[in-house]
Each structure stands twice: as C-alpha cells, then as structure tokens.
Design a protein around this ligand. Structure first.
Ligand code: NI
Length: 400
C-alpha cells in the first residue's frame, strides 16, 4: 500500500492531535504540555525519547539495524497573538495562538513517527527533533549549543514549513538560500531636550532620528550590490511624552535581512556609518547596537535533490515548484543546517486569502495537508536510509 494511503488511514488521529495542540498553544520555552504530549505519543509508538535539550525540546530515536542517521525537525511553539477564530479548537490560552502552523508541523512529524515505527522499512536511525522557541527566541540554536548533534548525532537534517498562498499539499524547494538572515538593531540618539517653542535651545533627537531613518533607506538602494537581496526596516521609533517638549533622547529599532554574509557585513557597516554621520551633522550623539540573530537558511545541493525527488513522488512532479522565490522571512532551522547538510522545504497550506496568512489572528493550519506532509517525512526517511542500505547490499554483493 502506498505510504500516503497507510498514513491517510490515521488522518483522523493526526487531525485530533493537531487540534488539541492548537487549542493549547504555548510560547517560547514554555512548551511543557506540548513536549509532554509529544513524548507520550513517541513512547506509545515504541520510540526512545530524549528530553531536556533547550528545556522543552524532545527528540525521538527510532533505530532499525545498522545504517546512516537522519534528523527530521518540527517546531512546537506558538505566538503571542490573541486568536480571532471561533471554531471549536480555537485557543484556550488568552493572548496566545498557533498562528504559524507549528501545531501542524508537530502533528505531521508525529504521524511520520507512527508510520515509521509500525513499518520499519529502512536501515539505520531516524531522529525526530521537536524543537521549542522557533519564533524569535532561537530554540534551534539552543538545541545545537546544548549538544544536540553531539549527544544525538545525525548525518543529515531536514525541515519543513507550511506556506499559505501555495496550493494545499504542493511542495516548493530549491537548493541554496531559501530564507534570509534576520538581524536586529537598536539606535539610540541622544541630543538635548528643550521647550518645544524654543527649538534653538535643543539638539533635537527627533529630527536627527527621522534623518537617520531616511538615510538608512539608501543601504538597499545605494550601498549593497543590487543583485544582493537586503531589507532594512525601522519598525519602532520611541521618544518623548509631551506635546510641547522636545525630548533629550529617542530610540529606533528594527530588523535587517540578507542572504550573503558579505551583504550582511556591508549592511551593518553602512548602518553605523550613516547613523554616526547623520548624528554628527545634527550635533547629537548616537549609538548603534547591531545583533546578528538567525543566519540564512541555505539548502545543500545533494540533500535538496533527494528531498525534491521524494516530494515529487508524494505530491506528483507537477505539484513541486523546484524554483520558488526565496523569502526574506527567517527560520532558526539555519542553525541546524549550518551544522549538518540538509534541506528545508515548504508545503502549501492552501489559499492565503481571508486572513489565512502566517502570524495572523485568523490563521489556521490546513488539516488536509497533514497526510501529505507526514508522507513526505516518512518517504524521505525510507529513501535516505533505504538507498544507503541498498548501496551497502550492492557493496556486499560485489565483494562476494
Ligand atoms: Ni513558523
């Protein structure tokens, strides 16, 4: 029986798991209930469970004879967004919701774990990596820092994220960069406050800050290579609390995105140079704090080819986009990909209309794609660990 049919047989179970997780969202490093549910399911399937990496991280290990080891990763955390949906499985936790579909990612990987534990049609080891805190807190980095791949080694690692706006159950995948590096910055502008009616007595940090915001727009247009995709977005401008007082200080904050390290370095240097130059022109002081957060997600060629082949097998070749436009969004799966070769893939969540886009209070993961996603995971493990087993058989055969 094709994998997808066998997994479809327990689709209702996966839907129930997914909706239970959706109703009980937990944010970064607080995924205690979620981790408990995941660990209990893995144990129920007969899979060895390792807990405690990055606090709430859970890793299941399923071995079937000698062979290579593959890591399959799902994220478990929710967001600080009050849910606007009214369906039965809506969030029961005030101000929190699964608005990025990590409930679905967790359910899909659990589905694959159940199938692989039941069928064991591979030679080697599968590690099911359930990570906390993907959203902004870098749970993936912490798992790696705490020795994920030393304690629980893998030879390759794979990730998947749902993508609203792409047809349900279709896949998109490309070698090389697929998601951007995400950095943050804080720019503190210190001037001299005064009565707003006597601006000549001030060194106005508001006007200087506004000039800095404008100057930063030249980074993407005039500083970095036009063929490098970069984004500099000032998203916060704080300062002052009265109508008639020029404040002494303002604070600008935002995010910078890039793909290549060279572009990232150019962008950071330009930000400091522009802020300091503009501040000097306005007679105010400035301090720029630039932090490199998530590296870009860069898929490895060989693993991407295997993933593409498996995606085509599951969804049909016509339903795999092999050259999607990369996203300037970010993903902390990059910390794992920087340690081991692998590939990160998108699975379509269906139309993105009606507010059903990521990080939106109306979002909901599409239960129709659970079977397809779990089948991709299962077939990927069988392929990577099956081909290795076959290669071994051929080698043994030749030596006889
Ligand atoms: Ni997400």
């Amino acid at each position: 029986m094709p994998i997808i049919n066998r997994i479809a047989d327990f689709q209702d179970d996966m839907i129930a798991w997914r909706r239970d997780l959706h109703a009980h969202p937990e944010t970064a490093f607080e995924e205690h209930r979620t981790a408990g549910v995941v660990a209990a399911k893995l144990e129920e399937f007969g899979i060895e469970v390792h807990r405690g990496l990055a606090g709430t991280g859970v890793v299941g290990t399923l071995s079937n004879g000698d062979g290579p080891t593959i890591g399959l990763r799902a994220d478990m955390d929710a967001l600080h967004i009050p849910e606007a949906n009214a369906f039965d499985h809506r969030s029961t936790r005030e101000g929190k919701m699964h608005a990025c579909g990590h409930d679905g990612h967790t359910a899909m990987l659990l589905g694959a774990a159940r199938y692989l534990a039941e069928t064991r049609n591979f030679k080697g080891t599968v590690r099911f990596i359930f990570q906390p805190a993907e959203e902004t807190e870098g749970g993936g980095q912490l798992m790696v820092d705490e020795g994920l791949f030393d304690k629980l080694p893998v030879e390759s690692v794979f990730g998947m994220h749902n993508w609203p706006g792409r047809p349900a159950g279709h896949f998109a995948i490309r070698p090389g960069p697929i998601m951007a590096a995400a950095d943050t910055f804080d720019i503190t502008v210190k001037g001299k406050g005064s009565h707003a009616a006597m601006p000549h007595l001030s060194r106005d940090p508001v006007v200087a800050g506004a000039a800095i915001v404008t100057a930063l727009q030249t980074i993407a247009s005039r500083v970095t290579d036009p063929l490098d995709s970069v984004v500099v977005s000032v998203t916060q401008f704080h300062g002052g609390d009265a109508y008639n007082v020029i404040p002494a200080e303002v604070e600008l904050r935002g995010t910078a995105r890039s793909f290549r390290t060279g572009a990232q370095e150019t962008m950071e240097a330009a930000m400091v140079r522009l802020a300091e130059g503009v501040a000097a022109a306005h007679g105010v002081a400035v301090k720029v704090a630039y932090r490199r957060r998530y590296p870009s997600v860069v898929n490895h060629a060989a693993e991407t080819e295997v993933a593409r082949r498996v995606a085509a097998e599951i969804a049909g070749p016509e339903n795999v986009d092999g050259d999607p436009t990369p996203s300037m969004g970010a993903e902390d799966f990059s910390f794992m990909l920087n340690e081991r070769p692998g590939c990160y893939i998108w699975i379509g969540n269906g139309p993105g209309e009606g507010g059903c886009i990521l990080h939106n209070p109306h979002y909901d993961f599409n239960d129709e794609i659970l079977t397809t996603g779990a089948s991709y995971w299962a077939r990927l493990a069988e392929t990577v660990l099956g081909e290795a087993a076959q290669a071994e058989t051929v080698r043994e055969g030749t030596s006889r």
